[in-house]
Design a protein around this ligand. Structure first.
Ligand code: SAM
Ligand code: SF4
Length: 334
C-alpha cells in the first residue's frame, strides 16, 4: 500500500466516506423487527471497543477520507461513556450524526448543541401508543413522541425512521406524512429487512411501490413531488406541496441503492462490515490491540465488497433465508 493510495475505494470505484459506528449491543427497547424476543447473546465486555479504541479507529478512517460518522447501536445513548465518545469524535474534522430510539435523547440536547451535532434520526414505527408498545415491547411512546417535538423545537435536523410492516402500520402512512404539514420533519419509511431472528418474509414487506400507491390514493398527483436526492442518498425523497417537512422511502429490498453506496459499518465489538447484508466481518479490534496497523485490514474489507447487497442481486435470492445469514440488526448497528 502506498501513502497516496485510497484504501476506502472499492473495486467498483465507490468511495467510502461515511462510517457508521455501533456503540453498544444493548438497548432499552426490544423492537420485534430488530431482535428476537429472548434477546441476543451479548459480547463479553472485554470484546467491546473502549472509547479510546473507538476514537483511534475513527481517526484512522478520517485520515483516509471519511467525512461523516453516524453513531448507532443498539441504543447508542444507553452506553455509559457516550458523552465522552461524543466529545472525542467531535474533535475530528467530520460531520457527526446519531440514530436513536429517542427515549432519553432529551438529556443530551445541551451536549449535542455544544459539540455541533445537528442531525438526529429517531425511530418511531406507530403513532398509536398501544401499537408502539407491541412493536418495541416497551411502553415509551409518549416520551419518544414528545422528544421528537422537543428536538424540532430546539432546531435539530430530525428524521423519523419508520419500519413498515404489512398488516401492522401501513395504514398509518398518511398519518405520518401529515406530521410534516406543520413540522420540518423528514419521515423515512423503511422497507422491512431480513436479519437473524426477526421472522422476516417478503409478505410482511411494504414496498416503495405500495407506499407511493397509498400516497397517490390520498393526495392529488399535483400535490406531491419527487425531490432531488442528495448524492449517496439511500432514500427516495418526496414532499407534499406547501408542507413544512418531507417524506422518503428507503427501499433496500425492492430498489437497492448499492451503486452509490459510500457506507461502511463498525460493530460495537470492533468488526468491520463492508455491507449491511454481509455475513462476513473483518476484525479490526484484535490487530489494534496487538499494536498492528489496521489499514491493510480495512483495505482488504473494502476491496471484498460486492456490487449489490452482498451478492444478492435479485429478489429471488433475497427470499432464500440461507442467502441472508447475518447478525440481528441490534448487533450490527443499522
Ligand atoms: N436504537 C437506535 C434506533 O432504534 O434508532 C439505533 C439502532 S437501530 C438498529 C437503527 C435503525 O435500524 C432503526 O431506525 C431501526 O428502525 C432500523 N431497523 C432495525 N431492524 C430493521 C429491519 N429489520 N428492517 C429495517 N430497518 C430496521
Ligand atoms: Fe433497540 Fe433500535 Fe433495535 Fe429498537 S431498533 S431494539 S430501539 S436497537
Amino acid at each position: 500500500m502506498t501513502e497516496t493510495e485510497n484504501i476506502l475505494t472499492d473495486t467498483f470505484g465507490r468511495e467510502h466516506t461515511y462510517l457508521r459506528i455501533s456503540l453498544t449491543e444493548r438497548c432499552n427497547l426490544r423492537c420485534t423487527y430488530c431482535m428476537p424476543a429472548g434477546g441476543i447473546p451479548l459480547s463479553p465486555k472485554s470484546h467491546i471497543m473502549t472509547y479510546e479504541e473507538i476514537f483511534t479507529i475513527a481517526k484512522e478512517f478520517v485520515s483516509h477520507g471519511v467525512t461523516k460518522i453516524r453513531l448507532t447501536g443498539g441504543e447508542p445513548l444507553v452506553r455509559k461513556d457516550v458523552g465522552l465518545i461524543l466529545e472525542k469524535l467531535a474533535s475530528l474534522n467530520v460531520e457527526l450524526a446519531i440514530t436513536t430510539n429517542g427515549v432519553i435523547v432529551d438529556t443530551f440536547i445541551e451536549q449535542f448543541k455544544r459539540i455541533g451535532l445537528q442531525k438526529i434520526n429517531v425511530s418511531l414505527d406507530s403513532l398509536d401508543n398501544e401499537k408502539n408498545t407491541t412493536i418495541t415491547r416497551r411502553d415509551y411512546f409518549t416520551k419518544v413522541y414528545n422528544n421528537i417535538q422537543l428536538l424540532v423545537k430546539e432546531g435539530f435536523e430530525v428524521k423519523v425512521n419508520c419500519v413498515l410492516i404489512k398488516g401492522f402500520n401501513e395504514n398509518e402512512i398518511v398519518d405520518f406524512i401529515e406530521l410534516t404539514k406543520t413540522q420540518p420533519l423528514q419521515i423515512r419509511f423503511i422497507e422491512f429487512m431480513p436479519f437473524d431472528g426477526n421472522k422476516w418474509n417478503l409478505d410482511k414487506l411494504v414496498s416503495l411501490e405500495e407506499v407511493l400507491k397509498e400516497v397517490c390514493s390520498h393526495y392529488d398527483v399535483k400535490q406531491f413531488t419527487r425531490l432531488k436526492d442528495a448524492p449517496n442518498d439511500t432514500a427516495k425523497n418526496y414532499k407534499i406541496k406547501d408542507y413544512k417537512g418531507s417524506f422518503a422511502v428507503i427501499s433496500s429490498v425492492t430498489n437497492p441503492f448499492c451503486d452509490s453506496c459510500n457506507r461502511i459499518r463498525l460493530t460495537a465489538n470492533g468488526q468491520l462490515k463492508n455491507c449491511l447484508f454481509s455475513s462476513s466481518e473483518s476484525d479490526l479490534l484484535t490487530p489494534l490491540r496487538e499494536g498492528k496497523s489496521i489499514a491493510p485490514v480495512i483495505q482488504k474489507a473494502i476491496l471484498a465488497k460486492k456490487k449489490v447487497r452482498n451478492g444478492m442481486e435479485t429478489l429471488e435470492q433475497f427470499k432464500d433465508p440461507d442467502s441472508h445469514n447475518n447478525r440481528s440488526m441490534i448487533a450490527i448497528g443499522g
